[in-house]
Design a protein around this ligand. Structure first.
Ligand code: LLP
Length: 385
């Protein structure tokens, strides 16, 4: 498999570790998604949680996407990057009064509501402002996403959304809230889903629910099926795991939209993952009794996915073309879990070499922490380097 192409000469004057984003690839990905969504008339809200870097958000907003936010600060970040309020949806099980008020003040498109107590609070706060809040009910469809347990969200045991069994009651109750307008239903079954067929049972569940709503005289204008499309971490040059065509086709084929209904998506990872790499310098190569360790200046504080989800990120020594050797690639943090990969084939490596941790554009920079008093890594875009 060929290595990625990186401006290694230009990296030499930059302090490591840092995130590096390939803007051409991001724009190409956005175009591919747009081709599909325009074809079917679908709406795309980029999941800001995947990467909230201001410049990345600006590029996605300029491409005409909406934003899926999960906190008041994400709503603010989206607006300051140019996403129109009319294209912002706001999800999350624990929206505070302050966050709800902020979203009401901005007149966002829709609250994706996750519980009855939340509905009551939104109704109350909207009433105080003399407004009517547009909401979609987030439904937990009890569909297995076949992904890592930490990133599966659509099962009964997960904390998200209303259960299927509570819906009758919820739909009755919602009519009594005068400052709430029910404009849709919302789902999200999980993340890093690698087989598009996994979304078929979701489509069937949506169809059943639509019939249930119609039987109650409820017409929904919007159906939001969340995000979740996975990417190929083994091959960062492939984007995404399945082409966007076959992903959107599943919904076109299996989800029965009613006349005038709009289907919404909230892709995050598939939009930004492959355009980002974490660039690090090798601090030391250490010979153990039975192993060789490559010790990077990047650690789990910069990219936590391997430590948190046992996730794999392809690592390339972009300074070396020497023969392959085996290494454990680790970070400098005082935790045994600060290990990116074990027994790994890397071109023979020496102190000072640059290493790229690939497919790190999603849930990378945004999940960085300051543990060990570390600095949050800076980020550079390919067009401004
Ligand atoms: N919509 C909702 C309601 C979500 O909860 C999520 C992700 C998305 C959309 C976007 O999903 P995506 O298209 O990116 O799969 N930190 C984890 C991933 C957590 C995903 C949480 N929810 C990771 O690094 O794998």
């Amino acid at each position: 498999m060929t290595k990625g192409t990186f401006p290694v000469e230009r990296f030499k004057s930059i302090e490591t570790p840092f995130y590096y984003y390939d803007v051409d690839l991001l724009k190409e990905t956005l175009d591919k998604i747009k081709d599909q969504t325009h074809k079917y008339g679908y709406h795309q809200h980029y999941a800001v949680k995947a990467n909230a870097n201001h410049k990345i958000l600006q590029i996605i907003a300029a491409a005409g996407f909406g934003a899926d936010c999960v906190s008041g600060n994400e709503v603010k970040a989206a607006i300051s990057a140019g996403f129109p309020c009319s294209k912002i949806v706001f999800a999350g099980v624990g929206k505070t009064d302050k966050e709800i008020n902020l979203a009401l003040d901005y007149n966002i498109f829709c609250f994706n509501v996750e519980s009855l107590p939340e509905l009551e609070v939104i109704n109350e706060l909207a009433e105080k402002k003399g407004k009517k809040a547009s909401v979609a009910i987030r439904i937990n469809p009890n569909v297995d996403a076949h992904t890592h347990e930490y990133i599966t969200t659509g099962l009964n045991e997960n904390k998200f959304g209303f259960s299927m069994s509570s819906l009758d009651k919820v739909f009755d109750k919602i009519k009594t809230f005068e400052n709430i307008e029910l404009i849709g239903i919302h789902f999200h079954i999980g993340s890093q889903i690698t087989e598009v067929e996994t979304f078929e049972p979701l489509c069937k569940r949506v169809n059943e629910l639509q019939s249930q709503c119609e039987a109650k005289g409820i017409q929904l204008k919007n159906i939001n099926v969340g995000g979740g499309l996975g990417i190929d971490y083994d091959d960062p040059n492939t984007n995404p795991i399945a082409d966007f065509g076959s992903y959107f086709e599943v919904f076109h084929k299996h989800l029965e939209l009613r006349k005038g209904q709009i289907l919404h998506f909230e892709l995050g990872r598939a939009v930004v993952a492959q355009c980002g790499s974490l660039i690090s310098r090798v601090t030391y190569v250490k010979e153990g009794d039975s192993k060789k360790f490559v010790i990077l200046d990047a650690g789990m504080t910069d990219l936590i996915r391997p430590a948190l989800y046992q996730a794999y990120h392809k690592i390339e020594n972009i300074s070396s073309d020497l023969p392959i050797a085996k290494y454990d690639v680790v970070g400098p943090i005082c935790e045994s879990s600060d290990c990116f990969v074990k027994d790994y084939d890397l071109n023979e490596t020496k102190r000072g070499d640059f290493v790229a941790l690939r497919s790190a554009g999603a849930y990378g920079e945004i999940m960085a922490s300051q543990y060990n008093c570390r600095e949050i890594p800076k980020a550079y875009l390919s067009d401004k380097l």
